[in-house]
Ligand binder design. Structure first.
Ligand code: NAP
Ligand code: SF4
Length: 666
């Protein structure tokens, strides 16, 4: 059997799970809908895909503890019916589901949020109100009531959210908990709230209900918990009646990335292993674990009892079924980009997945067999064209794909050269393998012309974009980002024109050189100052980034901070990474000329030379659609997708979604 440890059952208190994979808690945005059907369908598909246990997105025990105004909660018995639809759907599909009780405390993005002490978090504009002693007690009672309602709603258990800097976690650290009553002061008092929450839920629900406690292993904030305190709390949580410890990494206000794609895979497993070695309760390892092979290795080594992953189940609901069938190569990989999941959540949009646009849209975006099988010809093997090919072939169409380059992948092949974006290798491999498996006729090194399109019932033009050339003196001296990422030689001083996503990527590529921290845990820990909570409270040390490989200057015409348009949850990481490499970031720049010695610019009317051996243009793209115009004129049935359709703000998410949505209706 493949992955024998991962796929072996495990008993947690009253519950035996069929395997050791947990779909971790993740807000989808469907929780706030009036109709439970989309959320039920989302989880039902994951349950049918074989995951051992699902943990829901955070459900608030009361309105002021909700992460944002109107966020989902179990505030009254009237809320139970919605959840019953979800649990029924999961159970009917052979799954198990626990509800996460999440009280956000001072992270609640609402006026009137509450906390142990009135200390505002750096990531919220709201100063919390300090709770009285009796009110802390009442908040814990709300946890218990939520757990009782969760059982009534049919959940198999609850996860008590005690990490990531949320309410219960806030009691533990002295610079946030300044109380002098029974809920503050010595650690024994500070841990009273989390311990009481678990103990009182256990007392109210009896032994036959799963309780997971999510424990922060490394806070990654100054004055965070020490390892001794983590262990002490873990023991107290066990005695309070929890069945298993899920692990949390970093508070949300931490300035260290914990789940982004640039974080090495399995970067925090050593801490889960240390907790497991203490033999307190079964331990669930988390963060940047996205393949069954890595999960199996962790479990087989004895570093954890279970593995939790959230985003990989967005990318592929059948993760476990494919692993069990020996088809791991068919699992659509989560590339940890956050673009369509967390970035959506933080923009108030429903979460979906860059790799799998069906995630969260199970009822509305379907790849059912086509009513009439057609001959579909696709031109362009980039993200949009490849996804269209996969969905069209899945639906039974006969698909032909022409690609001018020697390999499939298009712009994704450029992204995978960027340090910290190594996950793109797996994505291109997956696309390529799926296209082959589904019998798409692929012609590489082949430029399609009108003759090649004439026999098709439907033509899909996905010819992508070309880097925008600049109309300034000396522009021909510069390289395009595509030249650079394909390996063109670059000197020690570089000026980058354009600071969008690609300008940032190119700056990172040039400043990092060949050493990607994403592939080297020790280097990554040094760069971000990640230490050992046994040595430094909170696990923070002083960052010691390696010297930059080149002197890079990154420029934009707009005024204001560079990188504003980057991902909500990842932009700060890119900015911090470049700052650590000493990249100069210039805004409000007017480009006058590219000369032998650099770029002549003006800033605020003052002209100066940015000295550079190489100038790289990252000024966006223009659509390549000549063939589309020819095919339309010839009267063919033409659809244009991806960058060929619209170059502005094109990213892989839009390209893939557009390919899937079109092919789903042809
Ligand atoms: P982009 O985000 O649109 O950025 C283009 C950059 O070029 C901007 O900085 C723009 O700033 C500048 N520019 C535009 N026209 C110019 C001109 N005529 N002369 C000089 N400068 C000009 O495009 P991109 O960087 O090529 O990225 C393409 C897409 O991929 C975007 O949607 C991007 O979000 C996505 N992407 C995202 C990431 C990420 O989030 N990490 C990484 C890669 C790509 P000024 O106009 O202010 O000069
Ligand atoms: Fe993973 Fe990106 Fe999909 Fe989120 S959007 S689940 S990070 S691939």
């Amino acid at each position: 059997m493949p992955y024998p440890t991962l796929l072996s059952p495990i008993t947690l208190g009253p519950l035996t799970l069929k395997n050791r994979l947990v779909m971790g808690s993740m807000h989808t945005g469907l929780e706030e809908g009036r109709d439970p059907a989309p959320l039920a369908a989302f989880y039902a598909e994951r349950a049918a895909g074989g995951v051992g246990l699902i943990v829901t997105g955070g459900i608030a025990p009361n309105a002021h503890g909700a992460v944002f105004q109107g966020a989902a909660g179990l505030f009254s018995d009237a809320d139970i019916a919605f959840h019953r639809s979800v649990t029924d759907a999961v159970h009917q599909n052979g799954g198990r589901i626990a509800m996460q009780i999440l009280h956000a405390g001072r992270y609640a993005y609402v006026q009137g949020c509450v906390a142990p002490s009135p200390i505002k978090s750096p990531i919220s504009p709201f100063t919390p109100r300090e709770l009285t002693s009796a009110e802390v007690d009442a908040e814990i009672s709300d946890f218990v009531t939520a757990a009782l309602r969760a059982r009534q709603a049919g959940y198999d258990g609850v996860e008590v959210m005690g990490s990531e800097g949320y309410f219960l976690n806030q009691f533990l650290v002295t610079h946030i908990n300044k109380r002098s009553d029974d809920w503050g002061g010595p650690y024994e008092n500070r841990m009273r709230a989390p311990v009481q929450a678990v103990a009182r839920i256990r007392a109210a629900l009896g032994p036959n209900f799963l309780i997971i406690y999510r424990l922060s292993l490394i806070d990654l904030i100054p004055n965070g918990s020490t390892w001794d305190q983590v262990l002490h709390l873990a023991r107290a949580i066990k005695n309070a009646g929890a069945n298993v410890l899920n692990t949390g990494i970093g508070w949300h206000e931490a300035r260290v990335p914990t789940i982004a794609t640039s974080v090495p895979r399995g970067a925090f497993v050593h801490l889960a292993a240390r907790l497991k070695a203490a033999q307190i309760l079964p331990v669930i390892a988390t963060n940047r674990i996205n393949t069954p092979g890595l999960a199996e290795d962790i479990l087989a080594r004895g570093d954890a009892d279970m593995i939790s992953m959230a985003r990989p189940f967005l990318a592929d609901s059948a993760f476990v079924a494919k692993a069990a069938a020996g088809q791991a190569a068919q699992i659509a990989p989560c590339i940890a980009c956050n673009q369509a999941c967390l970035d959506h959540t933080f923009s108030g949009k429903p979460a979906t997945c860059l790799v799998n646009p069906r995630a969260g849209r199970e009822l509305s975006l379907r790849y059912d067999p086509a009513p009439i099988f057609k001959r579909i010809t696709i031109v362009g093997g980039g993200a949009a064209g490849m996804m269209a090919a996969i969905v069209a072939a899945t639906r039974g169409h006969s698909v032909t794909l022409y690609e001018a380059a020697a390999t499939l992948g298009g712009q994704l092949n450029l992204a995978k050269q960027v340090p910290g974006k190594e996950e793109f290798h797996g994505l291109v491999d997956w696309f390529t393998a799926e296209i082959a498996r589904l019998g798409v006729a692929v012609y590489l090194n082949t430029r399609a012309d009108l003759d090649k399109l004439r026999s098709a019932d439907e033509v899909i033009i996905a010819t992508g974009t070309a880097p925008r050339a600049l109309d300034i003196d000396g522009a021909d001296r510069a390289l395009s980002y595509a030249d650079v990422l394909r390996g063109a030689p670059v000197g020690p001083r570089v000026a980058v024109i354009g600071a969008g996503g690609i300008g940032f990527d190119v700056a990172e590529y040039l400043a990092c050189g060949t050493h990607s921290p994403g592939l080297n845990l020790a280097l990554w820990q040094r760069e971000w100052g990640v230490g050992d909570p046994a040595a430094q409270a909170g696990g923070l040390t002083i960052p010691q980034p390696d010297a930059p490989a080149r002197k890079v200057t990154l420029m934009q015409r707009k005024a204001g901070k560079l990188g504003r348009g980057l991902g909500k949850t990842t932009g700060w990481i890119h900015r911090a990474a470049l700052a650590a490499k000493g990249v100069d970031m210039l805004a409000g720049v007017e480009y006058r000329a590219i000369t032998k010695t650099g770029v002549l610019i003006a800033q605020g009317g003052v002209q100066r030379l940015i000295e550079a051996d190489t100038v790289v243009i990252c000024a966006g793209q223009t659509s390549q659609r000549d063939l589309a115009d020819i095919a339309i004129t010839a009267g063919l049935n033409v659809h244009i997708i991806g960058g060929a359709d619209m170059a502005a703000e094109l990213d892989a998410q839009r390209a893939i979604a557009q390919g899937a949505e079109l092919a789903a209706v042809l």
